[in-house]
Ligand binder design. Sequence first.
Ligand SMILES: Cc1cc2nc3c(=O)[nH]c(=O)nc-3n(C[C@H](O)[C@H](O)[C@H](O)COP(=O)(O)OP(=O)(O)OC[C@H]3O[C@@H](n4cnc5c(N)ncnc54)[C@H](O)[C@@H]3O)c2cc1C
Length: 383
Amino acid sequence: MLDPLPTGRWPVVVVGAGPAGALAALGLARQGVPVLLVERRRFPRWKVCGACLSGQALAALEQAGLAPLLDQLGARPLRSVQLGLQGARAELALPAGRVLSRLALDQGLVAAAVAAGATLVPETMAELGPADPGARPVQLRRGKELATVQAELVLVAAGLAHRCLRQLPEVATHIQTGSRIGAGCLLPAPNHGPHDPALAAYGDGRLHMAIGRHGYVGLVRLEDGALNVAAAFDGAALAAAGGPAAAASQVLSEAGFDPLPALAPAAWQLTPALTRRSSPLAGHRYLLLGDAAGYVEPFTGEGMGWALMAALSSTPLALAALDNGWDDQLARDWSRSQAALMARRQRLCQALALVLRRPWSSCVVFDAVRRWPSLAPLPTPCP
Ligand SMILES: Cc1cc2nc3c(=O)[nH]c(=O)nc-3n(C[C@H](O)[C@H](O)[C@H](O)COP(=O)(O)OP(=O)(O)OC[C@H]3O[C@@H](n4cnc5c(N)ncnc54)[C@H](O)[C@@H]3O)c2cc1C
């Protein structure tokens, strides 16, 4: 039985309890700020993601004092990535990286935020209302139950499809033409169900990345032995294949990976178009962070790192807004700093995504990586 929806005035409302929202809520709760953390879905929940924590994501978690949490949750080391293209393979060692299911990571971060004093409002849709000089109203909806809270500041960490902003006409999301669609599923651990040699071939500590003409598929073994599958496909190829399982099988076959019959019956989830950018990144009494601010194709596996870093940098700004009162300069500062960071980080991802879309350039880069693995500019290649 869930608690009734909250009402009244709250210093901070965080919309979305993914890595960005949960870590932002944790940072503020630790400073004694009453925070409402509103999440649409029932936790724990799986979501489409490669589940690889890059060096940057690990550094952000360490900065927040959460390195022991990763050990408690059973995060596994990620030692290498095996790239497959047109039947050839290249193996790259990864200097830093861990694998943890999003089910465990997100639940662990939310539990830490709640333990620090944040109030979780689960299974509830939040939507920002029109600006009010003294507060930002946030409408909450759970089934037929409705409530409105007044927030001094709203942190919007609602992921790619942030419909919570639809009453704010000034916020626009630009989706890049031809942007790929994300897809993913979980395949059972080898000790669940009949032995499947194709599944058992994917060992621990290595990300297997199949690169095809119209997308790529990454497979990695999780802490409970299940195989996490995450992919990005061209929309037209996804439709032509008849769905994500067939599109993934096609990519595996083009890359020279063995067929995986378990893909067909798996419960696949799709994402909205991936490469996008929101503008502005902040406004009167709200800041956008994580995927809500913008995202590029996930080949380099930096999304959680960006989301966690943004969460860390939102804490001092939120504290300044609460201590000194809201000033629109804060929104301008956030937009400027985040836009600059995002542009720098996304340049590499976008360049790689472009290279991988052209057969000739992906072959040239692939060949270079095979010959000189130390040249590989990949932070943590992940689907
Ligand atoms: C195929 C694929 C593979 C990827 N692989 C990797 C990888 O290996 N490593 C990596 O670092 N990144 C990877 N990413 C990126 C990573 O998944 C995201 O960057 C990361 O989840 C962003 O975190 P977030 O907190 O901003 O958003 P999310 O994790 O999407 O969380 C947003 C939350 O907000 C909730 N929400 C949405 N709307 C509302 C609302 N109105 N009210 C209340 N709650 C709401 C959602 O239910 C969700 O729980 C991958 C992405 C894709 C698509």
